[in-house]
Design a binder for this molecule. Structure first.
Ligand code: NAP
Length: 280
């Protein structure tokens, strides 16, 4: 049995590999990465593979493929992931586990377009699949806290909206469980955190952890977009982030689902823990 993880030099992929190594022998694990030098220390088979150059992808002999979604503008992401799924199909991969987004089929998030397209493509290949529909990571938001302290406020466009974000490490553990146990073919898991929280509350948790007050200030989408652009982020990233925050404000990311806790066999990590890691 060979299990191959793409994106294994990224955050989610490397955590998934760490958890998988606790569950199956290293001899049964391979990774596919853009830069093999970055993966040389991982202790598993390293295959070079760049989704932008499908001819470099090698999924031959892979029983279970963890396809970690890539980044970039939507069209580029769809092209990369389409290429990877086609290579998997040609190579006779036995099972694809794909990192998607919560409620991918109906989600109003602009980024869901990529995940819908990839899920649909995987279904049409006939390869047995499992979709891990990941919530936004706690870490997306807790990583902003040190900067918020420097600027004097946590600035978002989220209003009173709430989000059921999840710990990235819990999502990686769930992926490793799916990759190392049977019975997940055809499953679509909606992986959220244990509760929905709001950004006033996030600022209050940070204040409690640090002993220093922090205000949350919600601004119009256009102001957030201008701020992100001024910080030098690429236009597609600015638009993506504003779209996510507008959807948080509208309540589209607040639903809590039980799948993550069921897969990992313990309560999902609360956002408080990620705040402590960020500013504790
Ligand atoms: N749920 C969320 O909150 C959230 C947040 C951000 C992103 N995401 C999605 O989830 C994915 C995993 O998250 P993450 O935190 O692990 O992101 P990450 O650290 O940016 O990892 C992305 C991985 O994709 C790889 N990659 C990008 N383009 C590639 C290409 N052309 N060929 C081969 N590999 C390529 C990167 O390779 P290198 O290591 O060589 O750079 C990296 O390993 C992201 O890519 C994105 O689709 C989800």
């Amino acid at each position: 049995m060979t299990t191959l993880i793409t994106g294994a030099t990224g955050h989610l992929g490397s955590l998934t590999l760490q958890h998988l190594l606790q569950r199956v022998p290293a001899s049964g694990i391979a990774v596919s990465v853009r830069d093999p030098a970055k993966a040389a220390h991982l202790g598993v088979e390293v295959r070079h593979g760049d989704f932008d150059r499908p001819e470099t992808l090698d999924f031959v002999g892979v029983d279970r493929l963890m396809l970690i979604s890539t980044d970039g503008p939507d069209e580029a992401r769809i092209a990369k992931q389409t290429a990877a799924v086609r290579v998997a199909h040609e190579a006779g991969v036995g099972h694809i586990v794909y990192s998607s987004v919560t409620e991918a089929t109906t989600s109003p998030l602009s980024l869901a377009v990529v995940h819908r397209a990839t899920e649909e493509l995987i279904r049409t290949t006939g390869i047995p699949f499992t979709f891990l529909r990941n919530a936004m990571y706690h870490e997306n938001y807790t990583a902003q806290l040190p900067g918020a302290y420097e600027r004097g406020a946590l600035v978002t466009a989220t209003g009173d909206g709430r989000i059921a974000s999840a710990s990235r490490d819990d999502l990686a553990l769930a992926a490793a469980v799916v990759l190392s146990t049977d019975g997940h073919e055809g499953a679509v898991y909606e992986l959220t955190g244990p509760r929905a929280w709001g950004f006033d509350e996030l600022a209050a948790i940070a204040a409690e952890v640090t002993g220093k007050p922090l205000a949350h200030r919600s601004v119009p989408d256009a102001d957030l977009l201008a701020g992100l652009s001024a910080a030098g982020l690429p236009a597609f990233v600015c638009e993506l982030l504003v779209d996510i925050q507008a959807n948080i404000r509208a309540g589209a990311l607040a639903e809590v689902r039980p799948d993550l806790e069921k897969l990992i066999g313990r309560p999902a990590t609360p956002v408080e823990d990620a705040v402590r890691v960020s500013v504790g």
